[in-house]
Design a protein around this ligand. Structure first.
Ligand SMILES: C[S@@+](CC[C@H](N)C(=O)[O-])C[C@H]1O[C@@H](n2cnc3c(N)ncnc32)[C@H](O)[C@@H]1O
Length: 434
């Protein structure tokens, strides 16, 4: 379908430069070409320097000359029949005190991103971010899973391990242009990063051994949401953390500061590896292993994946029971069988299963279950714990965090208060309806 591609994929230099070329043409290789112009199929080219892109010096000069133009380089862009606008690479070398960032997206979305406090008010937004001196860990090489981070001091639950901004963000729209063009944008992005960030990028693991840039992105990217769109971000610090199905740290993405935060979710002693989860762990071993293989391409070697079949079966049974109890607790109909005792069983299963990093949801269930029977103090107890845990994996601005903060203040003002008073409460002794 090379023909098809030549017709549909007209490489365009950014639409912003409206005034640089007449409206019926595009800027290409420093020249205005009629928009019917199509460069030769890039599939035949080996070098990314070919095919007439602006040199870095040219695009830097062009960006400097343009009025009100935030980015360090004039963006290289490509479009296809399905892209709403050309997809371009936008680099800001001065972002986050010179750490730099490149973003592969449309100009409209790139412009929208500039409104985030991380770009608009970095002094305040980023004052706690990217501070990597005196880290609470050292890097260590583990046989079978590569580099990882090991605590060099005791970390308590809630301690920040690091918080950092991505070196790159790619929007899913970039998959709508030709693969060769998508790769050119990614390579261009890496070439435009400041030297130390470029070095951190190249030091990342390339697990799949394909295109060296794409491979590093695929091996290390995390899903991040910006303005309702799920995108990929690469952060060299968090990329050093290995996966464990029973991790001792959690991370969240904060859209306002465009930062990724990592915190301990339990006590981590010096010498212990700091781990996060790459997947949803509240599933059977078989499903977890399959998911890691399919999406990350590795055989999980964590202790709960490599346990003896007896222990695997026990663990799977607990995970299944967690889902069953959560199902009851989520039932808010008059026929609901949910009780606070169920929530206690749920909490106990989370602890036994060592799912500390995801305890937040269990504490929320417990807080609501007690609130629904009008038990104020127990609701407060668990609402406080829910806030403490949920924030570590959902972030400061999460809805559940706010809800649990309100419950901790005054359960009687929340929607669940006394919702189930009068429901049968098995094992609780007192069964009379109020
Ligand atoms: C984001 S990187 C983590 C850092 C990596 N170990 C390194 O040296 O750069 C992800 C890669 O680490 C390895 N890895 C992470 N967790 C693992 C685990 N639980 N079992 C086996 N390999 C793992 C896999 O090769 C995976 O593709």
């Amino acid at each position: 379908s090379t023909h098809q591609n030549n017709i549909n994929h007209v490489p365009q230099q950014q639409a912003f430069l409206q005034n640089a070329c007449p409206s019926d043409s595009v800027l290409h290789n420093g020249e205005c070409l009629s928009s019917g112009f199509a460069i030769p199929s890039t599939t035949e080219s080996v070098s990314f320097q070919e095919n007439g892109t602006l040199s870095l010096d040219e695009s830097r000069a062009l960006a400097a000359r343009a009025e009100d133009f935030h980015w360090t380089f004039w963006p290289e862009c490509y479009s296809s029949a399905t892209t709403p606008e050309p997809v371009c690479v936008f680099t800001d070398q001065s972002f986050a005190d010179g750490r730099g960032i490149f973003i592969v997206t449309t100009s409209k979305l790139a412009h929208q991103m500039l409104k985030k406090p991380a770009f608009a008010d970095p002094k305040n937004a980023l004052n706690r971010i990217n501070k990597h001196s005196n880290p609470p860990f050292i890097q260590y090489e583990f046989p079978g899973k590569g580099r990882g981070l090991v605590a060099n001091k005791t970390l308590n639950r809630g301690d920040q391990i690091f918080a950092s901004t991505p070196l790159l963000i790619t929007n899913p729209v970039s998959y709508e242009i030709l693969e060769t063009e998508r790769l050119r944008l990614a390579h261009r992005g890496v070439d435009t990063l400041p030297p130390s960030s470029k070095a951190s990028f190249w030091a990342l693991l390339d697990h799949f051994k394909g295109d060296p840039v794409d491979d590093r992105i695929n091996t290390n990217a995390f899903e991040i949401e910006i303005d309702g769109v799920s995108q990929y971000g690469v952060l060299p610090e968090i990329a050093m953390l290995n996966h464990d199905c029973r991790p001792n740290a959690a991370y969240f993405w904060d859209e306002e500061t465009l930062s990724h935060y990592v915190h301990a979710t339990e006590t981590i002693l010096p010498g212990q590896e700091i781990t996060i989860t790459y997947i949803n762990n509240e599933r059977s071993r078989e499903k977890r292993v399959k998911n890691l293989k399919a999406n990350w391409g590795f055989e999980c070697s964590c202790s709960s994946c490599s346990a003896h079949p007896f222990f695997v079966a026990e663990s799977d049974a607990r995970v299944e029971q967690i889902a069953e109890l959560a199902g009851y607790l989520d039932d808010w109909t008059p026929a609901s069988k949910a009780t606070p005792e169920m929530a206690e069983a749920l909490l106990s299963l989370y602890v036994q299963e060592r799912l500390h990093a995801s305890m937040g949801v269990a504490y929320k269930h417990a807080a609501e279950a007690y609130s629904s029977f009008g038990e104020r103090d127990m609701a407060i107890r668990y609402a406080r714990l829910a806030v403490e845990y949920v924030v570590l994996d959902k972030g400061f601005r999460d809805r559940d965090v706010r809800e649990m903060q309100s419950m901790a203040k005054d359960p009687s003002m929340t929607w669940s208060w006394k919702k189930r008073v009068g429901h049968k409460r098995a094992n609780a002794g007192c069964e009379h309806a109020h």
